[in-house]
Design a protein around this ligand. Sequence first.
Ligand code: PGA
Length: 253
Amino acid sequence: MSDIRALVAGNWKMNGTTASLPEAEAVMTRLSAGDFNPNADVMICPPATLLRAMSDRLQGSPVATGGEDCHANASGAHTGDISAEMLKDAGASAVIVGHSERRADHGETDAMVLEKARAAHRAGLTAIVCIGETEAQRRAGETLDIVTTQIRGSIAAGCTGVNTIIAYEPVWAIGSGLTPTTADVAEVHGAIRQELDAHLGADAASGMRILYGGSVKPDNARELMSVENVNGALVGGASLKAEDFLGIIAAYC
Ligand code: PGA
């Protein structure tokens, strides 16, 4: 494993109500017990409606919280949208931007994702920028071209290893139970690392975490997390239950 400290982040998506908060508290309790010390940071990104309550309950614990999306502007006439500043105010330390579900459901382009990443930085949040190819693009052999284009379009000067995290999530692996082979993950993560160095300069890109996401489960986490240039995981479905999420975090013990 590399010397970049890993991050295991949960993405609850549009799941969870107040009744789900004990799952987050169970993660906190386990991590605070003293006999379970993974070599990784841990974060949960709940729906915005739960962010304040979850942040309060996890305050001072090893579990950080983040948002799932933000608007590019700090405030204004954008009914239903939430700004990075509001997420920060609700206790978030990071925000996911450019998730493939946002790109697909809301037509988000690389340029829009870049604006959201900039908004995150403006608010003092870490931007977790998601990239990844569709099944058709993978079959057409376009994976490396796609992730390269997405990096060039949605990451720019000002993004550093301190304020930005990349999440490589093959769209076809999300929620499907399918995962790429470890050789494929190694190839893509290696290419992302190279492209970040070329695009941002090695100094700025230094230490930038590259998470893998897409059907990470307790039984495949150790194998996926041991791949070179994989610096953690972005976990959807398996982050909703403390036991599963802890089983993934345990890959770093
Ligand atoms: P999954 O989702 O773990 O349920 O595949 C990952 C994600 O979309 O971030």
